[in-house]
Design a protein around this ligand. Structure first.
Ligand code: ATP
Ligand code: MG
Ligand code: MG
Length: 392
């Protein structure tokens, strides 16, 4: 047998951490590029000898090149990396990159991504470009076209809703507050999608073009941040299958191997609109570690290394994922919630090893598995009761 290929991951946060577990099981050597020597991912897996995990920004050309020189395949756990350098590294034959740098670049710009998907016949909410530092009149003109409320969004460097600002009125004060919040980043606007549910599907594709989707899940957000995820999506006839088909279709327009997280809105009439795609493991697939035959993390590694893909089937009738968010700088509420879950049957606790807690920072999650939705709901109530009061 040939030696296992070494995989380099750009980003050393919780998604990288959860990639290290199947890497260890499958004997895949991993090198993680991020700033700091004790990031969530670096804590859990030693670098293969004679290397150490590179310490530097995943946007830095020299660090990416240093990583590429030691690896066979580079991949990402975050899309906000340096796509230009990844493209050069691949063109120069220094290292393979999965998914394709072109795909990472497209997804980095949420406006470009939305336009590309719409141009390829994928249904999305109406949207319009605003650019950098738009005037009040620019915003009013777009509001006239898209209606109110609308969502102002940063095109780039957005995550956990931190690049989003809902606009309820076109008063000067409201527009100014939104624009000030979003700062100097390039912006675009989206018409409000009055969804009945948010839905997500994880899709894995290997280099040979084999595609497998997981069951759709319901994702429950508050203030633009994912709180709870319920698997499988229930209650709307055929929607699970339709969401999987739409997600697979959307991913078919993107190049490269790996796992993709596809976020969608389920509308009142049963139709689906695509919100955005992540070219990497995704928060709405964390339950797959305990609840599916093969986790999103393991399937990502299998896909980029041309190993056989694993089954995406659920191994239990009902599952949930509850994010543990920081409520302040204190770790106490985080540990309280994690420890309370330890006495709930079917609960699995994941803490990410982040040194500091901050309000709304993802500090860990809990996966719940159950034999029925009724059993799941009962256990879910117990877990949510341990949330800090402000989050209830
Ligand atoms: P992520 O952490 O998933 O990358 P993000 O910062 O890129 O998030 P979005 O996915 O664009 O942000 O939006 C976050 C949430 O805000 C959505 O899950 C949804 O709840 C809400 N939202 C976004 N766009 C719209 C819209 N057009 N209409 C209504 N709600 C929206
Ligand atoms: Mg996003
Ligand atoms: Mg999102």
């Amino acid at each position: 047998m040939s030696p296992r290929k070494t995989v380099g991951i750009l980003g050393g946060g919780q998604l990288g951490r959860m990639l290290t577990h199947p890497a260890a099981l499958l004997g895949i050597p991993l090198l993680i590029l991020d700033s700091g020597s004790y990031t969530p991912a670096k804590q859990t897996l030693l670098a293969p000898e004679p290397h150490s995990h590179p310490d530097g920004p995943f946007t830095s050309e020299s660090h990416i090149r240093e990583l590429a020189a030691k690896c066979d395949v580079l991949t990402v756990e975050i899309e906000h990396v340096n796509a230009d350098v990844l493209e050069q590294v691949e063109k120069e034959g220094l290292c393979e990159v999965q998914p394709a740098p072109k795909t990472i670049r497209l997804i980095q710009d949420k406006y470009a991504q939305k336009k590309y998907l719409a141009d390829n016949g994928i249904p999305v909410a109406p949207f319009a470009e605003l650019g950098v530092n738009p005037s009040e009149q620019d915003v009013q003109a777009v509001a006239l076209k898209l209606g109110l409320p609308m969502m102002l969004k940063a095109k780039t460097l957005a995550y956990d809703g931190r690049g989003n600002s809902p606009l309820q009125s076109t008063d000067s004060a409201a527009i100014k507050a939104s624009l000030d919040f979003l700062g100097d980043r390039p912006l675009y606007a989206e018409g409000w999608a009055p969804f009945v549910k948010e839905v997500a599907v994880m899709v894995v594709r290997n280099k040979e073009g084999e595609v497998r989707s997981y069951d759709a899940v319901e994702t429950i957000h508050r203030e633009s941040i994912l709180r709870v995820c319920l698997a499988p999506l229930r209650g709307h006839r055929g929607v699970n299958q339709r969401a999987r088909e739409l997600a697979e279709k959307a991913v078919s327009h993107l190049e490269g191997a790996g796992i993709f997280g596809v976020e969608m809105f389920l509308m009142e009439d049963g139709s689906l609109l695509l919100n955005e795609i992540a070219p990497r493991p995704h928060n709405s697939g964390h339950h797959t570690i305990e609840a599916c035959l093969t986790s999103q993390f393991e399937n990502h590694l299998r896909a980029i290394l041309s190993l056989p893909l694993g089954s995406t089937s659920l191994r239990v009738p009902s599952a949930a994922m509850i994010n543990i968010l920081g409520s302040s700088s204190s770790m106490d509420p985080v540990h309280h919630m994690a420890d309370s879950a330890l006495s709930v049957p079917g609960a699995a606790v994941h803490l990410y090893g982040k040194a500091e807690s901050r309000k709304a920072r993802k500090m860990g999650h809990i996966t719940l598995t159950a034999e029925s939705d009724a059993e799941l709901n009962e256990r879910l109530r117990e877990i949510l009761a341990a949330q800090p009061d402000a989050d209830k």
